[in-house]
Design a protein around this ligand. Structure first.
Ligand code: GDP
Ligand code: ZN
Length: 458
C-alpha cells in the first residue's frame, strides 16, 4: 500500500520536556532533509540519531536545535520510512517545526493515523491498535500495563488459537461430509465435536470473566461510601477528591441519580459513587429506599464504611455491616481527634478480614493510611495476576458475548442431533466473531470509526 507522508506532534507519554515531531511515509526523509542542517539524512544508515538544526529554507533562519532519528521501513511502527525530530524547546518551537514540515510537503496527520497505517500495513492487528488507543487513554500505570500486555498481542494470540481450533473442527466436518466413505479420516463423532466446541466455549468464558476486571481498570473501581449520618462521609469524599488528581473521564452516563467522582488513588482508579442521598439527606437507604440502595451497593467494587470513633457502635452500624457482607470493604474509624467511645474489639469482630483504618478528617490525619489500604487491597489482591489476559474493551466484550452465544448454539445443536450444516453455520459464525476482535473481516467504516478516536500523533 502507498500513502502520502503524514506528520504530527507526537508528545511522549508523561509529557516530558522533549517534544517529537513525527513523519511517516515515502517522502519522510526527503522532507526532513529540506529543513535540516547537519548530516545528509538521505545517506545516513537506518535507525540512527543525528544532532543538527532545523532551518527555515526560505529565510535560512535557525528555528530549533534538534536530534533527528531516521528509521527506514519496514522496521518501523508504520512499516513506512519514519523520521522523528526531537525538539528541546517549548511548544512554540515544536509547532514551528511542524509548520515547516507541512509547508515542505507533509500533510498533517489525522487523529490515530499513524496507528491506522501500522494496521493497514499489516504491522499490528486491530486489537493491538485498540490497545494503543487504550494506552493513550490509560488513566493509571496499572491500566497501562494491561494495555501494553494487550499490545504485545496476548489477546490476539489466544483468539488466533481459538479460531484455529474452530477452523480445524470445521475442516473435519467438511471432510466427513465430502468423503463419508474415507475410513482413515477421523470421524467427527458427536463426542469429539462437543469436546472441541466446549473447549472453545470455556476459553471464551474465561476471557469474559476477566472483562469485569478489565473494565474496572478502565472505568475505575466503583466505590461507595456508607455510614450513619454525621460520621464524616462527605468529608471523606472531599478529602479523597481534593488530595488526588481528579480523573477526567470520557465515560458517558453521569445523568443517573448518582454523582460520580473519578480519582486516582496511588494507582487505583476509583469511581467514587456518591448518591445524591449520601450528600443531601446523608442517608442512602432513607432516600432511595432499601431495594435501590441494595442495588447500588451490590454493584460496588469497594465499600468504604465509616464509623465514629467517639461513639460506640450502634445497631445502625451493625445493619450496614450486614448489608455489605462478603464485599471488598475498608472500615474507617473517623474523628480520632475526639475522645474514644468506640469498642475496638467489636469493630474488629464486625470487620472480619477487612482492613481497619483510623482517621481524623478534621485534622487531615490517616488519609494516607486509607489510600495505602485501598492500593494494597487491589494490587496485592484480585488484580495482582498480571499474567492474565484482560479484556477491557467494550467492543471486544460485546463480540465475545456474541461468540459465546453462537458457540453455545452449536453445542446444543450437536446435542440435539441437528443437521451438521446447521452446526457448521454456528461454528463459522463464532469464528467470524472472534475474527472481528483481531480485525479480520471488519469493514472499512468500523476501522475509520476506531482510528478517529485516537489522539493526534499516534
Ligand atoms: P456525613 O454526614 O457522614 O457526610 O458527615 P460530614 O462529612 O458531613 O461530617 C459531619 C460533621 O463532622 C461535620 O461537621 C464535619 O466537619 C465533622 N467531622 C468530619 N470529620 C471529622 C473528624 O475527623 N473530627 C471531627 N472532630 N469532626 C469531623
Ligand atoms: Zn455528608
Amino acid at each position: 500500500m502507498e500513502f502520502d507522508t503524514i506528520a504530527a506532534i507526537s508528545t511522549p507519554m508523561g509529557e516530558g520536556a522533549i517534544a517529537i515531531v513525527r513523519l511517516s511515509g515515502e517522502e519522510a526523509v526527503e522532507i526532513a532533509s529540506r529543513i535540516y542542517k547537519g548530516k545528509n539524512l538521505r545517506e545516513v544508515p537506518s535507525h540512527t540519531i543525528h544532532y543538527g538544526h532545523i532551518i527555515d529554507p526560505d529565510t535560512k533562519e535557525v528555528v530549533e536545535e534538534v536530534m533527528v532519528t531516521v528509521m527506514r521501513g519496514p522496521k518501523t511502527f508504520t512499516r513506512e520510512d519514519v523520521i522523528e525530530i526531537n525538539c528541546h524547546g517549548g511548544l512554540v518551537s515544536v509547532n514551528r517545526v511542524l509548520q515547516l514540515v507541512i509547508t515542505n510537503g507533509a500533510r498533517l496527520a489525522e487523529p490515530g493515523e499513524f496507528t491506522k497505517r501500522a494496521f493497514l500495513n499489516g504491522r499490528i492487528d486491530l486489537s493491538q491498535a485498540e490497545a494503543v488507543m487504550d494506552l493513550i487513554r490509560a488513566k493509571t500505570d496499572r491500566a497501562m500495563n494491561v494495555a501494553i500486555g494487550q499490545m504485545e498481542g496476548r489477546l490476539s494470540t489466544l483468539i488466533n488459537r481459538l479460531r484455529q481450533e474452530l477452523l480445524e473442527t470445521l475442516a473435519h466436518i467438511e471432510v466427513n461430509i465430502d468423503y463419508p466413505e474415507y475410513d482413515d479420516v477421523e470421524e467427527m463423532t458427536h463426542r469429539v465435536l462437543i469436546e472441541k466446541a466446549t473447549a472453545v466455549r470455556d476459553e471464551i468464558n474465561k476471557l469474559l470473566d476477566t472483562s469485569s476486571q478489565g473494565k474496572i481498570l478502565r472505568e475505575g473501581l466503583s466505590t461507595v461510601i456508607i455510614g450513619r449520618p454525621n460520621v464524616g462521609k462527605s468529608s471523606l469524599l472531599n478529602s479523597l477528591v481534593h488530595e488526588n488528581k481528579a480523573i477526567v473521564t470520557d465515560i458517558p452516563g453521569t445523568t443517573r441519580d448518582v454523582i460520580e467522582e473519578y480519582v486516582n488513588v496511588k494507582g487505583v482508579p476509583l469511581r467514587l459513587v456518591d448518591t445524591a442521598g449520601i450528600r443531601e439527606t446523608e442517608d442512602l437507604v432513607e432516600r432511595i429506599g432499601v431495594e435501590r440502595s441494595r442495588e447500588v451497593l451490590k454493584k460496588a467494587d469497594l465499600i468504604l464504611l465509616v464509623l465514629n470513633f467517639s461513639e460506640d457502635v450502634t445497631e445502625e452500624d451493625e445493619r450496614l455491616f450486614e448489608a455489605v457482607i462478603g464485599m471488598d470493604m475498608i472500615v474507617i474509624i473517623n474523628k480520632t481527634d475526639l475522645p474514644q467511645k468506640i469498642n475496638m474489639e467489636r469493630v474488629k469482630e464486625l470487620a472480619g478480614n477487612s482492613p481497619i483504618v483510623t482517621t481524623s478528617l478534621l485534622e487531615e490525619k490517616g488519609v494516607d493510611d486509607l489510600e495505602n489500604a485501598i492500593s494494597s487491597l487491589f494490587f496485592t489482591g484480585a488484580l495482582e495476576a498480571s499474567d492474565l489476559t484482560y479484556v477491557s474493551n467494550s467492543r471486544h466484550i460485546a463480540l465475545l458475548t456474541q461468540a459465546k452465544r453462537t458457540i453455545e448454539d452449536a453445542i446444543s445443536g450437536i446435542e440435539s442431533d441437528l443437521p451438521i450444516d446447521m452446526v457448521q453455520i454456528d461454528l463459522t459464525r463464532t469464528w467470524e466473531l472472534l475474527g472481528e476482535i483481531i480485525g479480520d473481516a471488519v469493514h472499512e467504516s468500523l476501522i475509520n470509526q476506531l482510528f478517529s478516536q485516537f489522539c493526534l500523533g499516534k
